[in-house]
Design a protein around this ligand. Structure first.
Ligand code: GLU
Length: 506
């Protein structure tokens, strides 16, 4: 049965979703599923100046790839819809008006030039200008707290630009509770009177966010730490409206792998890892940012890695399926301090997931890569290749490097290795080996190994004298899985051809 737990992921469509945003979505999803609740996607697009057209679709595609679908949102179960704030635009004004009527908000007519002058004046005296209790009623600022009702109405009807600000209560120690951070107190005299509504008819983030969380019956607000400074205003807004506030949980920041501060796209570019789930093309500049998906990460491994950036289950276990995460997740185990992002750990998770993936699944991922390289082969053969190389692979994109010799005769031989291993007498030895191989009837891995090793032993020479040049002939370098597995896979004729090639070229 559905519970009263309703959480929302409320991104602003200003660009691609950073992995910090994906983690916020993930924690909301895990929390919702754990309590049989509802995970809502709300698009907070009230700031038209920062609006990017392909961003909303990017967010939806990213959640889709991560396999953390929303239950309600644009185009889906719209019972509390619409879920795009731009489509709810007409709704917010009445709430701003209510706050004016109840004395919790006021009109301000100060022009930006006037405000700038106040700021500069304060700076000159080494002070910071804050629009709040301190100066709002002194007469220097032009607002409905000092103007008469008539003056206010005249200004509005004559089309003078205005904003509506929240009238923060004075002299109060506001007590708040965060599910992760515990009790927080703040002196309301340090807060500024934030703008709730703008003259262009649009609400600001603060007003729209609170009104929508209330109307959408959100029970828990789980969001990034960067919104913690907004919490006092939000708590006060709930009080002003006479509404019950949801519970709040502010997630820790995701930090740079080295140095201090928040993980940025620049860190990714510098150290060579993506900070976005999917590849993203900037519509104006055409710049392409890499994505985890395109870089060959498995989405389940990616999600597992993200879950651990700021949370831990309290045990040693690190590998969790999505269902396992739902079961183990607990807001109380989310840390207060920032979580350092580790590209190595991200690869490690992928490697773990690689090992646990079914060979048939990996084969299906490898086949299109082979087709693109113009390799025509059969699925059964690829399946065998995959099972022999997967333990050395971190990404599907590594498969080709690890296995090209299963499909193509080497055309080059590693120079250093050749010099060291292809000595005088090697060609003669390899020619003899060709005749040994030609005579093998049962070409299974175990039998070829047995015959060739017996021959080496009978010749009373070191194994390396034959095995290294043989590997070099077949692979082009000293790498790859068990040599006799390669031999049976590529077959007798191809083995002989490759040895002949090496004799000719080395
Ligand atoms: N629109 C805000 C953002 O872009 C949402 C903050 C919140 O969850 O309240 O992150």
């Amino acid at each position: 049965m559905e519970s009263n737990v309703r959480v929302r992921f409320a991104p602003s469509p200003t660009g691609p979703l950073h992995i910090g945003g994906v983690r916020t979505a993930l924690y909301n999803y895990l929390f919702a599923k754990k309590y049989n609740g509802t995970f809502v996607l709300r698009i907070e697009d009230t700031d038209q100046t920062r609006y990017v057209t392909n961003a909303e679709q990017y967010i939806i595609d990213a959640l889709d790839w991560c396999n953390i679908p929303f239950d309600e949102g644009p185009g889906k179960n719209e019972k509390f819809g619409p879920y795009r704030q731009s489509e709810r635009k007409d709704l917010y004004k009445q709430y701003a008006d209510t706050l004016i009527k109840t004395g919790w908000a006021y009109y301000c007519f100060d022009t930006s030039e006037e405000l700038d002058a106040h700021r500069k004046g304060h700076e000159a005296e080494g002070k910071t200008f804050i629009y709040n209790w301190h100066n709002r009623e002194k007469g220097r600022l032009v607002n409905s707290l000092v103007l008469t009702d008539e003056e206010v109405q005249n200004r509005i009807t004559s089309g003078k630009n205005f904003v509506i600000r929240f009238k923060t209560p004075q002299d109060e120690v506001l007590k708040m509770e965060d599910e992760i951070r515990g009790n927080i107190t703040i002196d309301t005299n340090t807060l500024d009177d934030k703008i709730l509504f703008k003259g262009d008819g649009m609400p600001t983030y603060h007003l729209a966010n609170i009104v929508d969380d209330h109307l959408m019956e959100i029970s828990h607000v789980i969001r990034g730490e960067e919104w913690l400074p907004s919490m006092p205003l939000h708590v006060l807004l709930y009080r002003a409206f006479g509404w019950d506030a949801p519970k709040f949980a502010h997630l820790p920041l995701i930090l740079k792998p080295v140095g201090k501060g928040k993980l940025s796209k620049r860190d990714g570019d510098k150290l060579g890892f993506p900070v976005f789930p999917l590849e993203y093309t900037n519509e104006t500049t055409g710049d392409v940012s890499r994505g985890y998906k395109e870089d060959g990460y498995f989405s389940d491994g990616f999600i597992n890695m993200l879950a651990f950036l700021g949370w831990n289950p309290g045990t040693e276990q690190e590998i969790f399926s999505l269902e396992g995460l739902v079961e183990a997740f607990d807001l109380k185990r989310v840390s207060k301090s920032g979580a350092k992002f580790s590209p190595d750990k991200a690869s490690w998770f992928n490697q773990q997931y690689m090992q646990s993936k079914n060979d048939a699944v990996l084969t299906d991922l490898y086949l299109p890569i082979l087709t693109e390289k113009g390799i025509s082969t059969n699925k059964e053969y690829v399946l065998k290749v995959v099972s022999s190389i997967k333990e050395r692979a971190v990404f599907v994109n590594d498969f080709w490097d690890l296995s090209s010799f299963f499909f193509e005769t080497p055309t080059e031989y590693d120079a250093k290795t050749s010099k060291k291993n292809w000595k005088e007498g090697t060609s003669k030895l390899m020619t003899e080996l060709i005749s040994v191989i030609s005579s093998i009837e049962d070409f299974s891995s175990t039998n070829t190994e047995k015959v060739i090793k017996e021959w080496i032993t009978a010749k009373e020479i070191g194994f390396g004298k034959v095995m290294q040049p043989l590997r070099l002939s077949l692979v082009g370098k000293l790498a790859g899985p068990h040599l006799f597995d390669i031999i049976t896979m590529i077959g007798k004729q191809e083995t002989i051809n490759r040895i002949e090639n090496a004799i000719e070229k080395l």
